[in-house]
Design a protein around this ligand. Structure first.
Ligand SMILES: [Zn+2]
Length: 489
């Protein structure tokens, strides 16, 4: 195992470290402080990056600033067989997020689009890789994700007249009557590319109308109306506020997760979460952001699938107590949660990380304990690995492929999140070709060994049964025949 030092990103939407009764508000800030880092109470702590992405690379503790990626380059066996599938790097980027104000309305390109965008504007789209992602709530968490079902959108077009006015009657009626993806795409495109002054006028009108409803007590505001007012405080008169009526509002409790395939619009709104994604930082933004917007690319690339996203509640792992696994339909990663409760001594305070065929990274959210290598292997790579690591809030550990690890909690319990390559890549045959080569190599070596042992045993038998002479004659005959062929007559 290697202990890592991981960088925090202080994006403006992050939660400030600021303390309430000595307790830090932002989970990211708490992890930074737990790991011995300096925390500035006035700064937002938005994301902790645990991986090899060049925009926020982890370094190896005690290795004079050596990055994890350069360590892996020197020890490629740490990736196991997944290197043949994903290249010479960890295929996932693991994060913790503390969201105070909404993130941008965004989507992530698929592989083909990512390659095109990166080739065209490498300064904006820094990676040629896609970025499927999964968000697991660790507190109450809200997000906008994917387009609402047809019925919900037609109701929004009725109940939010300012939205209908902005889109225009033709496009709004097309949505209502046909319910087609083309009509949805056209209406969403008109909204997202509307002139800023018209958007501002519409939002001002909506704000006055909603505030009048609130004041009169005529009815409670809907969740979406309440959200629109909240977003307007964070990003005044931004078109992203109106786009919220096109998108599903998802409220998760701690322990629930959503995953996002390519080209699905989304925006995280508030809460603390653990996030995992394919190693990439490609984001196409179109609202609720001071950063560059690429509205045309976003509107063109979305899939316009409708309906609420699937919610993962995690699955228990047979034979591994305290463990829940979240497995999205992506190759690059899955995430496990190990939660050993306080004073669990009676039920057991130990659990195992499985011997994974690929690399793993884990982070301790709270509690204390230790991680051990179960059977430290004796090859060169393992000599530089730490065999025991003391765990506390903020500890981040890299576990190379095929390295079984045991976690043990103290009476404080232990709350650990683990990212690993999705085991589906080892099961469905794509890595079979690589395995088959290994098997053939091993077989050839074994046969040579069997042949040598067989020859030795024959010679021993011949010596002890005085049959050495005929065998010597046989050898001599073979040798003279061989040389007679080679020598010119
Ligand atoms: Zn995203």
């Amino acid at each position: 195992m290697l202990q890592l030092r991981c960088p925090a990103q202080n994006y403006a939407w992050g939660r400030k470290a600021g303390r309430n009764n000595g307790k830090i508000g932002s989970t990211v800030a708490a992890l930074v402080e737990g790991a011995g880092g300096e925390v500035d109470n006035e700064k937002p702590y938005a994301e902790l990056w645990m991986g090899t992405h060049p925009s926020g690379p982890a370094t190896v503790e005690g290795a004079e600033g050596q990055t994890l990626s350069s360590w892996i380059a020197a020890n490629p066996s740490a990736l196991g067989s997944v290197g043949s599938l994903f290249g010479s790097d960890i295929p996932f980027l693991f994060k913790v997020l503390s969201v105070e104000t909404a993130l941008s309305i965004q989507s992530h390109p698929d592989k083909a689009l990512a390659e095109r965008l990166h080739a065209k504007s490498p300064d904006v789209y820094k990676d040629s890789n896609h970025k499927p992602e999964m968000a697991i709530a660790i507190t109450d968490f809200e997000a906008l994700c994917g387009f609402v079902p047809h019925q919900e959108l037609t109701e929004a077009l009725k109940s939010v007249p300012e939205l209908r006015d902005l889109i225009g009657d033709v496009a709004a009626s097309a949505v209502e009557t046909t319910g087609s993806k083309a009509a949805l795409k056209a209406a969403f495109g008109i909204l997202m590319t509307a002139e800023a002054s018209k958007v501002a006028t519409a939002i001002k009108a909506m704000e006055s109308r909603l505030k009048a409803i609130q004041k009169s007590g005529e009815r409670p505001l809907t969740d979406k109306e309440e959200l629109a007012l909240r977003l307007n405080k964070q990003y005044p008169q931004d078109v992203g506020i109106l786009s919220a009526f096109f998108l599903n509002l998802v409220k998760l409790q701690a322990g629930q997760a959503i995953y996002l395939a390519a080209n699905v619009p989304h925006a995280y709104i508030s809460g603390e979460l653990v996030e995992c994604m394919a190693t990439s930082d490609n984001v196409i933004r179109a609202g609720l952001t001071p950063k560059l917007r690429d509205t045309a690319v976003l509107c063109e690339s979305l899939t316009y699938e409708r309906g609420p996203p699937a919610i993962l509640n995690g699955n228990a792992v047979p034979g591994r107590p305290w463990t829940t696994v979240y497995s999205p339909p992506f190759d690059e990663f899955e995430v496990e949660h190990v939660l050993i409760p306080e004073k669990a001594r009676f039920e057991g305070i130990q659990t195992y990380l499985p011997e994974n065929q690929g690399p793993q990274i884990f982070v301790v959210r709270s509690g204390t304990g230790q991680a051990y290598l179960r059977n430290p292997p004796s090859d060169a790579q393992s000599k530089v690995l730490q065999k025991t690591i003391l765990l506390k809030t903020g500890s981040v550990v890299f576990v190379p492929a095929k390295t079984p690890v045991k976690l043990e909690a103290t009476d404080d319990g232990l709350d650990v999140w683990i990212a690993a390559v999705n085991p589906q890549v080892f099961q469905d045959g794509r890595l079979l070709a690589a395995k088959a080569v290994e098997v053939v190599e091993r077989d050839a070596t074994s046969w040579l060994l069997y042949l040598a042992v067989g020859l030795l045993l024959t010679l021993l038998w011949a010596k002890y049964t005085n049959n050495l002479e005929p065998i010597q004659k046989l050898f001599n005959k073979l040798l003279t025949q061989g040389s007679s062929v080679k020598q010119p007559t």
